[in-house]
Design a protein around this ligand. Sequence first.
Ligand SMILES: Cc1cc2nc3c(=O)[nH]c(=O)nc-3n(C[C@H](O)[C@H](O)[C@H](O)COP(=O)(O)OP(=O)(O)OC[C@H]3O[C@@H](n4cnc5c(N)ncnc54)[C@H](O)[C@@H]3O)c2cc1C
Length: 487
Amino acid sequence: MGKSISIIGSGFSALSASCYLAQAGHHVSIYEKNKTVGGRARQLKRDGFTFDIGPSWYWMPDIFEKFFNDFGKSTSDYYQLDKLNPAYKIFFSDEVITIGDHLDQICEEFERIETGSSKPLRKFIARAQEHYDIAINKVVLKPGLSPFELVTKDTVTRVDQFFKTISSEVRKNFKNPKLISTLEFPVLFLGAKPNQTPSFYSFMNFADFGLGTWHPQGGMYEIIKGMTKLAESLGVQINTESNVEKIHVENGKTTGISVNGKFIASDIVLSGADYHHSETLLDKEHRQYSEAYWDKRTFAPSSLLFYVGFDKKLQNIEHHNLFFDTDFEEHAKEIYDKPKWPKDPLFYVNFPSVTDSSMAPEGCEAGFFLIPIAPGLEDTPELRQQYFDLIINRFEKRTNQNVLNHIMFKESFCVKDFIDEYNSYKGNAYGMANTLMQTAFLRPKLKSKKVDNLYFTGQLTVPGPGVPPSLISGKLVAELIQKNQNI
Ligand SMILES: Cc1cc2nc3c(=O)[nH]c(=O)nc-3n(C[C@H](O)[C@H](O)[C@H](O)COP(=O)(O)OP(=O)(O)OC[C@H]3O[C@@H](n4cnc5c(N)ncnc54)[C@H](O)[C@@H]3O)c2cc1C
């Protein structure tokens, strides 16, 4: 007999879980507070321009494919994927490194920067591929219930890889600071500093150099549209502008939720909203984690974002552009060690209209600028403008062109918006970082320890931040719910 399941939120993890649960025969309804679905991956449309509000890097295409395959579908049933070449460009103060779409090309680029570096690079990526196979096929598919999940034939022989850091591993093999930054970049997606991220996570380097960077035509929101279509075809009811105000509990068991003042009886409640916020929907005695617990976690950064419409095509840019022309160590300290607005931050710019003409009107460019910052910082219009001026000046200098006079409009998004729009803890952008002490069974649990039939999913749970992990998180929680129903 199918259960009635209410899901809070409509991000990647919630949509993913809804598909698996509906496929298993349950009656699934999603309640999303915002006007549109997608959570952090919503879309902004203005004056013929299209911007992905959040994620823009499509990595690990195998995970997206596996998700749709689980329902007898393929990504190509929902969107067209293109492999980007070059994958991205990194601007340093005196040089530009271009990452191609094939390891041979990347090796040539490494040789150009440091003679002899292609040999250790091939070795490093071969090892990263082994880690990828173990991580993706074995480790991340575990629900984080016990430390023994991590003990497999493959992981015990690599125990050292959980205690060494990616930073030490990279520095052992490469001396050139630009190549070091290039190889440390992928783990920034995991939300922590490379010197606090276990070297097992070098599988992100295989995702980068081995599997490549892809783009769904029309932008990342096409994935959300595809998942929504799939969910609805499986019978999931999706309700937007439906703010969940309370999770009800009776005799240690959830009985339902309140949405816009109305009680919705439910056998099972699953929250895909930020974990901290989800627990505040419970009376205090039913919460598992204290405020002190959350305060002690290492959160992934928040971001200051700008969505900019330019009235001309820009020069010397690619689809993805990283500006690593200042001191990363200093910026990292300002994010993690002594949180404050950074003096001279690194930043990232995405121009999807370089490869996808549907993203901007003809002859125009859609630009998305991102500065990672510490969560919880003061956020004012003046500070936003100050940082826009700072990075646009650096952008002009590094790309050797004038763009300031070609801005048709700009919109911004920062700490305040993350809190207002998503109920995000301290305005974090990517959830909780994957440090050694916040990996697998050490992350917040998928199932409530205090309330029966209450579950959680999303980037604060297992396996962690990012779109592919969120898809997996939805699958893991659906499997756990199914397993518990069958006991
Ligand atoms: C700026 C930015 C850039 C990123 N770049 C990348 C990238 O390039 N590649 C990548 O793989 N990942 C990237 N990420 C990370 C990725 O977007 C996230 O990991 C993923 O989208 C998180 O999905 P989720 O399901 O955990 O939750 P969310 O997307 O946060 O969804 C939670 C939903 O719950 C809703 N909600 C909250 N409270 C309530 C309530 N009380 N009632 C009803 N609904 C509620 C929210 O409105 C939201 O829709 C980026 C994230 C950001 C913010």
